[in-house]
Write a protein that binds this ligand. Sequence first.
Ligand SMILES: Nc1ncnc2c1ncn2[C@@H]1O[C@H](COP(=O)(O)OP(=O)(O)OP(=O)(O)O)[C@@H](O)[C@H]1O
Ligand SMILES: [Mg+2]
Length: 552
Amino acid sequence: MSNQPREQGAIGRVLSVSGSEARIGLFAEALRSAGNADDAVLTVGKFIGIARNRLLLVGIVSQVSTEVPLLVREEGFHAIASIDLMGEITSGEIAGDAHFLRGITSYPAIGDVAVMLGTAELRRIYNIDTSNGVELGCLQQDTVVKAYANIHDLISKHFAILGSTGVGKSSGLASLLRQILAARPDQRIFLLDGHNEYAHCFGDSALVINPANLKLPFWLFTFEELLEIIFYGRPEDEEVEILAELVPLARALYQQSREGLGARRHDGRAADYTVDTPVPYRLKDLLALIDERMGKLENRASRLNHRRLITRIEAVSNDPRYGFMFANANVGGDTMAETLRHLFRWRIDGKPMTVMQLAGIPSEVVDAVVSVLCRMAFDFGLWSNGAIPLLFVCEEAHRYVSADRSLGFQPTRRALSRIAKEGRKYKVFLGLVTQRPAELDPNIVSQCSTLFAMRIANDRDQQLLLAAASDAATNLLRLLPSLGPREALAFGSGIPMPTLFTFPELPAHFVPRVGTISGEPEPASSNDQVIDSAIERWRGAMMAKRLLEAAG
Ligand SMILES: Nc1ncnc2c1ncn2[C@@H]1O[C@H](COP(=O)(O)OP(=O)(O)OP(=O)(O)O)[C@@H](O)[C@H]1O
Ligand SMILES: [Mg+2]
């Protein structure tokens, strides 16, 4: 075969085809000439084209070897490359109208000529209409060519960034979200920032929320979430029963007083409210109701339970660290619309994005707070029928939706699972980041149509990705343990084809990092303040615990 006259640029010919895999016999010159420029080295991950009629079939090298059977060597081939076929470049009717299509319509035949794909062809593959594209970074194989994702498919079908710790996931996410904001300035983004590392990454585009300026009234919490806060995850049966009965009454009472009815709860209106109905009530009404009930009791043990519940609620609501929930607890006022508008940026006011810093929230309530946020993001989408699309991004996702179903706070898991499964219908989209892919619920991963896999050394984590990837990407996944810093393999519906690319290097002041609260670098002299505030929080936590223990 190789004795036929060689076409310009030919590096070899097709030896065999099996499914979407082809083996190419390589000429000696192809191997020699490749050695010069780095981008032209013929190795794993490079693109090869096979000319077939008016098509150029595009494949990615998954293996190269000089172990060549004698018969093949006698034909003039010095090495063999295996390639995975990904798609084809069709030359249209008009000259220059060539474009890339995913998938293969006609398979290569034995003897077809193989060429290395040059910059021009690679550009054609990634040549997405830029008004629809988010720039991801440079192609790993050819740094001149930029890789793009389709912004609509990327956002609206959920995405995930997976990779071992320290490989650049957070920086990659920051870069991606910055690109999304640049391309779609009115795209609402809500980012759960578990370690307070993103405050400074988005400049003026992001509203940074922390416990100091968070307002999440306690009455927005569902019963389960409230119990988590009042009982620290160890509910006492009788006290829970008392609350289950009296919270709806407190809600009804407040509504009645607002409507000027002035009537007491016995008029049956309480039946209109459940423990979870998100309408306001006043804490003092709830405490008064408990107290009133206690007064009517004969049984000493029961009275004691009521008293204990009152002390618990008082301890929690007076704890300054819980101020974001209990400020104005006794004033009333329906601030739900205002709260949601502020959190989810309904009125953008120049800041389409929210960075929700979780690190300062007391660890006993952080689960419940995350649950409220996820649930409200979904519920608003549901009740408004997707009026305002929201991208809900969750760092450290394995903390909230663990593969082990008994771990984590169940209401948060339910809320995130709902976004993953049904969010698209209501325009609530999910972006997940985790350094422990295998510990993330696989059902959630499978809902993410675009995956960005960074370096992953762990075998279990790799298995998870293999299960999630299409056939064409599986060979590339074997490269994961050896990816360099900032490098990622993207695959799925947001990307024209499985792509190895390098996230751009962020300027130092945009790199996510822990330790800056307001976005300004921490001056050295503030060390004292840091220590003081740590001690204050520490003591606060101990005091709250003691009050509760006294109550229990
Ligand atoms: N795109 C980038 N631009 C600039 N620096 C980067 C980039 N990616 C990674 N780095 C460097 O690598 C460090 C680690 O990156 P990053 O915090 O993004 O990793 P990670 O995968 O999120 O880590 P972790 O698992 O600890 O959350 C950064 O502090 C930064 O110095
Ligand atoms: Mg990180």
